[in-house]
Design a protein around this ligand. Sequence first.
Ligand SMILES: [Zn+2]
Length: 83
Amino acid sequence: MNMKNLKMIPCTACGEPMPELRLTKFGYKVCVNCSTVGSYRAVTTTGGSGDHTWNDIQIMTPEQAKAADANAAKKPKWDRLGE
Ligand SMILES: [Zn+2]
């Protein structure tokens, strides 16, 4: 996608330009900075034991992340991906 040809419209919340596609394709009226939805989260998990461990990163949708938070017995380390 050529970003230069992307039509920009102002965010209804902060007035910053955002791609019109965000509204027409995804129905968002606000830019990524103002949006509280649609931010995917990554959780780092460690597998194995002893000398044989490895790290995995799982990407979760906001819904999955919420569910994981709700029944997390042991707290995973959450990092937020760029919003
Ligand atoms: Zn905004």
